[in-house]
Design a protein. Sequence first.
Length: 392
Amino acid sequence: MWPWLTFLALVAVVAVHLAWRRRHRRERDAARAELERLRRAQEALVAEALARQEAVFDSMIEGVMVLDEAGRVQLANRACALMFGAPGGSAAHWRGRALLEAVRVAEIARIAERAVNEGRVADAELRLPGEPERWLQINAAALRAADARPLGVVLVFHDLTRLKQLERTRQEFVANVSHELRTPLSHIKGYVETLLDGAKDNPEVATRFLQTIARNAERLKLLIEDLLTISELESGRVALQFQPVPLQPLVQKILEEFQARAAARRVTLSEAVPELRVRGDAVRLEQVLSNLVDNAIKYGRVEGRVQVAARALDSGEVEVAVADDGPGLPAEALERVFERFYRVDKARSREQGGTGLGLSIVKHIVQAHGGRVWARSEPGRGATFYFTLPGA
């Protein structure tokens, strides 16, 4: 009997062991599956975090570049790649390359070296070589481990080109305004001093001097009015009253107003405007046409012709052209003629009494209507100024 009991006990022990092994295997497999699931979930979270970080990194306006302790590029965002002309706008091929090999600007490499030595370089301004002109503001900081061991450098680039252009435009504007104001003011001051010194006692001289003072005061008034108009247009404070405007009656009204001025130079005014309607502010459109017709009369030839023409475009817009048959414009002036205070012939412009702001006002008004403005000319064959307006 004891052998049987021993045998049964052994069978029971083996059965329990096998059951335990099966259970252990199932638990181990379940644990492995759970670990694999957790690993994959962790990898997905890391990949998502990296993707989010890369998206934020590449959406930054500033260019960012990270160098390792040997000065090799480890990371750079899309803005940085675009600033330095990386092929395809991607900095991926820069990874592992020397800084100079990537950006090809020795001054940037020197700024990175300064950051390593000094810990930080703040607000360094740099004009990049080549054209068009580009300016960068560079901030650099050294990266160090907890034990002060150098890990590399991070460089942040901010594009200053637009700010530099605006600053230069502001300086030119202030200089031009100062000059334009100083000229009539100096004339007024000179004639007033002469009158006070005794010329007022001579009626003929006094009358002539006062007429000159009145002309220069009028020039100051026009300049200030044009400056205020430019300021309002650029700031967006001008509320345009859009409505359907018949173009032909508007052009005829302007030409009638300039008949006397044209007759003084024996200039013939004409129009070739069909029955078209545009969507715009009638008062501002009068200002556009007045400036263009006035310029055509002043700078065209004596005994010449000025014509206003218009046509409908396939785009639904209306194109208006004001043409003269005067000396025309040089090629280099065509792109700049709409700039504030730009003058092709400074002496002649001042002689004619213009403020130098008329065409700039034209450009701003037309653009506020959603249109375009440009000029075409051949020296000796006149100039034509075009603008478009939305049809009504």
